[in-house]
Design a protein around this ligand. Structure first.
Ligand SMILES: [Zn+2]
Ligand SMILES: [Zn+2]
Length: 297
């Protein structure tokens, strides 16, 4: 996910505020707000991580692992989670898919203000203008800022930074963004599975064109320079492959080093042209207003 200005962030949060709060959502939040129930979820996640082929725990195993000594009371709390965040199978209890997603978000460390976040201070290239960009990590996002005021925001857990170069972390974070952007173009919100729509934002003055997608249900907003929508194109993959580059492992490097500046080549309907260059080989791609690549450039 790339967010390119503070305005966009405010726009995103106000849209989120307007979203009607679903009653079932408040029920889930209430479910998580009791220590025993939270411990059940975290315990099941830890057991699943340690034993992925046998993720279930029996009632008494689970109760002991949670450290709860009142079976009746424990049964009440487990019953509250059953059918939504916890599933009961013939072999015992395990996290449901959605339960796993909830716990995963909690364990990502993004909600922990005391999380031990390694200091990041690196250099890369601004994906919008190509000028030098400074890399930092704040509030759960890897950030790239250039002197022109462009800001890329890549949402990734701080643990991804451990043991990786700045470029390596950017490649991994951007790989996720490419996958999320593909889902957004296809109309699927990667956060809530709601309906996503959007497309090109008309460049203002000499600004670069960007694509913006917003979820109609949860308000999640994804913004990217046009180059973010071609990294996973089969022709780009083939070009990179011919030169020994795997764009899945170097998505950020391909974006910043090989995708040229986007040009708006038609207004009605809007068309954006991009040239991907690797050594002496060049590939011309054209995007439509929805972020889809046209067959003939
Ligand atoms: Zn820039
Ligand atoms: Zn959504």
């Amino acid at each position: 996910m790339v967010r390119t200005s503070d305005d966009t962030r405010e726009e995103g949060s106000s849209r989120r505020g307007e979203t009607q709060v679903d009653e079932s959502l408040t029920t889930v939040v209430e479910l998580l707000s009791h220590e025993t129930r939270a411990r059940i979820l975290v315990t099941l996640a830890a057991h699943h991580a340690a034993s992925p082929r046998e993720p279930e725990l029996s009632f008494s195993e689970l109760r002991r692992a949670v450290g709860h000594d009142d079976p009746g009371n424990f049964n009440y709390h487990l019953g509250r989670l059953r059918g939504t965040l916890v599933e009961q199978t013939p072999n015992g209890y395990e996290l449901s898919y959605v339960g796993g997603r909830f716990v995963g978000a909690l364990l990502s460390g993004r909600f922990d203000p005391d999380a031990d976040v390694p200091a990041v201070d690196g250099q890369t290239v601004c994906p919008l203008c190509g000028d030098p960009g400074r890399v930092t990590y704040e509030q759960g996002t890897l950030q790239v800022d250039c002197d022109a005021g462009h800001g890329a925001r890549l949402n990734i857990g701080a643990n991804v930074l451990a043991g990786r170069s700045v470029e390596g972390a950017l490649n991994l974070a951007w790989l996720r963004s490419v996958v999320e952007l593909r889902q957004a173009v296809e109309g699927l919100c990667p956060v809530c599975d709601g309906r996503m729509d959007g497309g090109i934002e008309r460049p203002v003055d000499d600004e670069f064109p960007v694509y913006l997608f917003t979820c109609r249900r949860c308000g999640a907003t994804f913004q990217t320079p046009p180059g973010g929508l071609v990294i996973d194109h089969p022709r780009v993959a083939a070009l990179c492959h011919d030169h020994g580059i795997d764009p899945r492992r170097s998505a950020w490097t391909v974006l910043t080093d090989h995708v040229g500046e986007p040009r708006v080549v038609a207004d009605d309907p809007p068309r954006v042209e991009l040239v991907v260059t690797v050594e002496d080989d060049r590939l011309r791609l054209r995007l439509d207003e929805n972020g889809r690549t046209l067959d003939r450039a």
